[in-house]
Design a binder for this molecule. Structure first.
Ligand code: RB5
Length: 145
């Protein structure tokens, strides 16, 4: 199951991505926000990150206006590897090399069709493991400091 969330800046793209996930047969749960009323992106990142942390969701999709704030907030949550992507290559490689468990998008930056391609590239890619395991372990070691 994919946990999806956004702030008001990402709300419109979130609604489009939900329809896309339905079209490709991916199960998701929407953790809000549920309108274009102004909210704070760290509050929107938190429930999605929690769902990934506790295993309720396998992965998460987070969207704000640029994707920057919500990715910054997401990466403060232990065990979360959130990647802000605006191109298909990065979306694929952040799964293959970084095993990103959350992908972030900018609703005011990335067009709808490109966003679908980014999501698909990430969903369809596989983590390569091997030397990348130790690098990810080093990222999470930082969380202990
Ligand atoms: C909200 O106006 C905007 O600041 C937010 O969506 C995001 O772009 C922050 O990084």
């Amino acid at each position: 199951m994919i946990a999806i969330g956004s702030d008001h800046g990402g709300y419109e793209l979130k609604e489009h991505i939900k329809k896309h996930l339905e079209a490709i047969g991916e199960e998701y749960k929407d953790y809000g926000t549920y309108s274009e009323d102004s909210v704070d992106y760290p509050d929107c990142a938190a429930p999605v990150c929690k769902a990934v942390q506790d295993g309720t969701a396998d992965k998460g999709i987070l969207i704000c206006g640029t994707g920057i704030g919500i990715s910054m907030a997401a990466n403060k949550h232990k065990g979360i590897r959130a990647a802000l992507c605006s191109d298909v290559y990065s979306a694929k490689m952040t799964k293959v090399h970084n095993n990103a468990n959350v992908i972030c998008l900018g609703g005011r930056v990335t067009g709808r069709e490109l966003a679908f391609m980014i999501v698909d590239a990430w969903l369809n890619a596989e983590f390569e493991g091997g030397r990348h395991e130790q690098r990810i372990a080093k990222i999470h070691k930082i969380e202990e400091q």
